[in-house]
Design a protein. Structure first.
Length: 614
């Protein structure tokens, strides 16, 4: 069947479901308020972890800090606070998708997300979804997906939170969140400003991080209106404005500067009854960067991209069967100093099917086809299932075909000629994962084994004329194990929580049989929190195995362990105002470590914060 025929099949099926679903009554609002029903209904059999608010308060100022100690994602930072890229299950940064309220927000220029430009405290929750997700979330969702979801709280009182903090290296943070919910309206706005001289010592030397200062402003807002018993209108907006000097290395100082601006706006109209939910989303994404090789001069290179998108999502539930049809339409324009003016248009059709065969067994089948203006897109699928062997023991399975499309830099970079390299093919991966979970009273254990095979991995290499360009040169295999441990106990006025995860990862170049660059074979993290009445103490531990820094595996960065410790005190309420005073010591044992060669991370440092809720 040709691609156009497949796509028309999806459209016809969607129209059929639309007509068939009009027969029913009213549904509970809770599910309608969720903007990403795909995660709720069609990720069974997939490893999913939600990072809650209390954890976010203990985990620094960026999404990098949060996930480094609360997931098995490995992060490379070109110095603390600089560009941060993720390696999820041995894949690269372009193979990790970041999804904001159901919309993939990876850069159209680079294909990845800088995790230091996302402030988790402004979102309702942060979700880590492991494994392939290209059927649900599109290009880049190969190793895993990070989901940022806004919350809507109707019939809720006016709530405010003010967080101020100050720490080493003249680091300051000011964050304010306010929300109000009435019977028909929900409103939330969060403003976050972070600034730092970031001039930490390079341990073992007489040098400091002299060009690492940064200043960031983040605004997140959403408002929801219940229009009727069967309709809700939601509006979302996010703006990030960053100004960073780029750190040098141990061997070379730097005088670079980098500014970036991101706007994201989304309107969502939902209609529903007891069996169906229909969502229409219309949005605009804007990204722009300016790079100054010398911050004392006005010369800079730049890149910018605009994306207009529309998404129609229709879910219908009948007995134990759930059907979901999705149509995405996008148009993207990009230009910059390193690419010619470029445009991309695409339409995709997605069909999701989930069936709860019994109280013990459920399974799902998901399909996706894209029609894109400038490349051939593969047909994608995923299969998942979950079987409850016993009351406390469950087996999960999922298999999928995923992809990553070439970015504008890959296709149109002007250094490769006016037309770039339009022959670059999408990366395609096949994945298989088997998971087990055991829950006994206060204890939960999980074990996941996975295998990923990737064809046509895109790399930048010189061509026959010596010009660097993107090309498909490599086939890669990844496989590994992940062991999770969660335990908590509460007695009287005391509570103890212990959460740990170990990851074993192999990421092999099939041609050379060598481990890929910057993929640690072993990672272990562990978090312990103890509460006694109004006092909370916590400890964060991270072991990161050695990583190779050359393709022939001749050079590597040594393994390291980092520990952070903190103490929070919840003061007695004063006129219904809550105060939480916290002290945190990062890199407690003053370890000298790097996660990118020649770019040291901070020495021991302190952070004092006050959270006021009223």
């Amino acid at each position: 069947m040709e691609k156009k025929q497949i796509f028309l099949f999806f459209i016809g099926l969607l129209a059929f479901v639309q007509v068939f679903g009009q027969r029913d009554g009213v549904i509970v609002l809770d599910e309608v308020i969720l903007s990403d029903a795909k995660l709720l209904h069609f990720s069974k059999g997939t490893k999913v972890r939600v990072v809650n608010d209390s954890v976010q308060q203990k985990s620094g100022t960026s999404l990098t800090d949060l996930l480094r100690y609360n997931s098995n994602v490995y992060f490379k930072e070109n110095g603390y606070g600089m560009v941060s890229s993720a390696s999820f299950r041995g894949t690269n940064a372009q193979q990790t998708a970041v999804v904001w309220n159901g919309i993939n927000i990876n850069s159209q220029l680079t294909g990845q997300t800088d995790f230091n430009t996302l402030i988790p405290g402004n979102y309702g929750d942060v979700v880590v979804r492991s494994g392939g997700g290209s059927v649900q979330y599109g290009s880049g969702a190969v190793g895993g997906t990070i989901l940022l979801n806004d919350s809507f709280r109707f019939n809720d009182s006016w709530k405010n939170s003010l967080q101020t903090s100050y720490g080493s290296f003249n680091t300051s943070k000011l964050a304010f969140n306010t929300s109000l919910g009435t019977e028909k309206t929900s409103f939330h706005i969060g403003i976050n400003h972070i600034a730092s001289d970031n001039d930490y010592k390079y341990l073992g030397t007489d040098s400091r991080n002299e060009n690492g200062a940064y200043d960031q402003l983040n605004l997140n807002a959403n408002v929801g209106f219940i229009l009727s018993d069967q309709q809700i209108l939601k509006l979302y907006h996010n703006t990030f404005n960053g100004d960073r000097n780029f750190s040098g290395t141990l061997t070379a100082p730097a005088d670079e500067n980098y500014t970036d601006l991101n706007h994201r706006s989304l309107i969502e109209l939902s209609s529903f009854n007891e069996r169906k939910i229909a969502r229409l989303k219309v949005g605009h994404l804007y990204e722009r960067y300016r790079y100054f090789p010398n911050k004392q001069r006005d010369e800079f290179s730049f890149g910018q991209a605009n994306t207009l998108l529309a998404n129609y999502d229709y879910k219908y539930q009948w007995n134990k069967i759930t059907l979901n049809g999705i149509v995405d339409i996008s148009s993207i324009w990009a230009k910059g100093a390193s690419i010619e003016n470029a445009q991309r248009n695409f339409v995709s059709g997605t069909f999701l099917f989930s069936h709860e065969l019994s109280d013990k067994l459920n399974y799902g089948v998901n399909l996706r086809q894209e029609v894109v203006s400038d490349y051939q897109s593969p047909f994608l699928f995923s299969l998942n299932g979950s079987y409850k062997v016993a009351k406390n023991y469950t087996i999960n399975m999922n298999a999928s075909k995923n992809h990553r499309v070439p970015t504008f830099n890959d296709l149109y970079w002007s250094g490769a000629g006016a037309s770039g390299n339009l022959e670059v093919l999408p990366e395609t991966s096949w994945q298989l994962e088997l998971g087990q979970t055991l829950e006994v009273k206060n204890l939960a254990l999980s074990l996941n084994a996975y295998s990923i095979t990737t064809d046509n991995l895109i790399q930048w290499r010189p061509n026959a004329q010596g010009i660097w360009m993107a090309m498909n040169v490599q086939d890669v295999s990844q496989y590994g194990l992940e062991l999770g441990f969660d335990w908590k106990r509460k007695w009287g006025s005391q509570e103890l929580v212990w959460e740990s995860e170990y990851a074993y990862t192999k990421s092999i170049d099939n041609a050379t049989k060598n481990q890929l660059l910057y993929v640690p074979e072993h990672m272990l993290r562990s978090n312990v929190a103890y509460q006694y009445k109004k006092l909370v103490a916590f400890y964060q531990f991270l072991y990161n195995g050695s990583v190779y820094t050359t393709t022939d595996n001749s050079d590597s960065l040594p393994s390291y362990t980092v520990g952070n410790i903190g103490l929070d005190y919840h003061w007695p309420d004063i006129s219904k105002i809550k105060f939480i005073l916290g002290l945190k010591v990062n890199n407690l044992f003053n370890k000298n470590y790097q996660n990118v060669a020649y770019r040291p991370m901070p020495n021991r440092n302190f952070q004092l914060q006050l959270i006021t809720k009223f």
